[in-house]
Design a protein around this ligand. Structure first.
Ligand SMILES: Cc1ncc(COP(=O)(O)O)c(C=O)c1O
Length: 465
């Protein structure tokens, strides 16, 4: 039995897969709060590279990956697909468990799959500097790496709680030449206003996005880059699923379940979209279940409300059609920093709303318990984010043991945990609280939004009903 299924460098996909033409219904448009109607894409050109905006709206199913981008991706891609032989033995399960290991990239996660493409298109359009936000540092380090590959500058606003707790990722970003500020920072008007109210403000991803956007629009030759949520970002991640299709063919397997964790939805979408395409185009040889996991501390898919909400706290972004906990959400300080965003990708939310996705939420104690089981069986120390999926996979494999089903389960191990040792230490010392986000806080936050934007129900009726 193959333990590791590898592809030749030249098998790196030549096209990304774009799900837009294959969604069960048209994606509701982003709304411009100033006109209360769909946003004019021209307005976003100040912030995003033109080619990325073109991809965002494109209805072409396959979009060519530029050779210069493939050349950088080849540093670590195609990534290996592993059969979790030891984990299966440890659990005594008849299930076949496969994981796509994205932790082999230079920054240690799936994030550079899009960072490289975004830096490339911006460089081609003459942009000199990119601004962005980061939670625990995965996305910030991916963009720092990618900009360094194309000789560009990078400014990262890092959620203050992580900036102080997790200095290692900050050093990594510095090593690739990026400047990194704790958010809220004294670099922007929005950051200064928050610091004047609370000099110890812990920050949030929504606040860091607002600061990165403000920095972008107040400086020349500067654009902004987002690590998840938008269509083009998720599309750049499909190299994962496309490679998996080839790798599984080599061992004559096809998944019954494709699972991944969701912060904004990019790693999971990158894995499952190509399988979704196989299902809707009737190429899949069997029914496939798509399972998305998240923390109980940030239960966007399992407890959030499907509506229009801002993508950031200062309300600078258009309103996006998504499940949301409210854009003023300040997450409990769980260690899966990448999963603490208040919303999710509109494409993922549409599919969730239409019943294509099965969501599961787990508390961080049960998640770290699964992570340690995995590390002791497979050797790799998983990041806290994919460990949410590992919790699901172990539970499902144990269910298969009860029923005797030989289900094929595929998930993405979208990041390693070498920068999260402090979190593991807290787990071993029994200091990790499980954290559950209260449901009435979600309702209150959405109520505040509806008070502010009294026309919101009309827009919902028009586009979400
Ligand atoms: C390792 C890892 N996994 C998952 C995520 C969640 O983001 P997304 O849902 O966009 O993949 C992050 C975000 O930073 C991450 O670093």
């Amino acid at each position: 039995m193959s333990r590791k299924i590898v592809l030749d460098e030249n098998s790196l996909p030549k096209n990304w897969y774009n799900i837009l033409p294959d969604l069960p219904r048209p994606l509701p448009p982003p709304i411009d709060p100033s006109t209360k109607g769909p946003i004019d894409p021209k307005k976003l050109e100040r912030v995003f590279a033109k080619e990325l905006l073109r991809q965002e709206l494109s209805s072409e199913r396959w979009i060519p990956i530029p050779e210069e981008v493939r050349d950088v991706l080849r540093l670590w891609r195609p990534t290996p697909l592993y059969r979790a032989v030891n984990l299966e033995k440890m659990l005594k399960t008849p299930a076949h468990i496969y994981y796509k290991f994205e932790g082999v990239s230079p920054p240690g996660s799936h994030k550079p799959n899009t960072a490289v493409a975004q830096a490339y298109y911006n460089m081609k359009e003459g942009v000199e500097r990119l601004t962005t936000e980061t939670g625990a540092g995965q996305w910030g380090s991916a963009l720092s790496f990618a900009t360094s590959m194309f000789g560009m500058k990078c400014t990262v606003y890092m959620v203050r709680a992580s900036y102080t707790q997790k200095p290692a990722r900050r050093m990594l970003m510095h090593s690739w030449g990026a400047e990194v500020y704790p958010s809220p920072s004294d670099k922007t008007n929005f950051g200064r206003s928050l610091l004047s109210q609370n000099p110890e403000h812990p920050g949030s991803l929504g606040i860091a996005i607002s600061e990165a956007l403000e920095d972008c629009v107040t400086h020349d030759n500067t654009k902004y880059s987002l690590g998840s949520v938008l269509n083009h970002v998720l599309m750049h991640q499909t190299v994962q699923g496309l490679e998996c299709l080839e790798q599984l063919k080599q061992v004559d397997e096809y998944p019954d379940i494709v699972a991944g964790c969701v912060g904004g939805g990019s790693s999971f979408s990158g894995l499952f979209w190509p399988f979704y395409y196989e299902v809707v185009s009737k190429k899949a040889p069997k029914k496939v279940k798509f399972v998305a996991t998240e923390p109980t501390a940030c239960p966007t898919m399992t407890k959030g409300i499907y509506t229009y909400d801002f993508g950031d706290t200062a309300k600078m972004t258009p309103l996006l059609p998504m499940y949301t906990l409210g854009s003023d959400f300040i997450p409990p300080p769980i260690h899966a920093g990448g999963l603490r965003y208040h919303g999710d990708a509109p494409t993922l939310c549409l599919l969730l709303h239409e019943g294509w996705i099965e969501p599961h939420a787990y508390d961080q104690v049960s998640v770290f318990d699964a992570a340690v089981t995995f590390a002791r069986a497979e050797g790799f120390l998983p990041g806290p984010e994919p460990s949410h999926t590992i919790r699901y996979v172990i539970d499902e494999a144990l269910r298969c043991k009860q029923t005797g089903e030989e289900k094929v389960i595929l998930f993405n191990l979208c990041g390693h945990g070498a920068f999260d040792l402090h979190a593991y230490e807290e787990f071993f010392e029994g200091k990790l609280p499980p954290w559950y986000y209260p449901e009435d806080e979600i309702k209150k936050s959405i109520e505040r939004l509806r008070q502010e934007l009294q026309w919101l129900p009309e827009v919902e009726k028009q586009f979400l009903a």
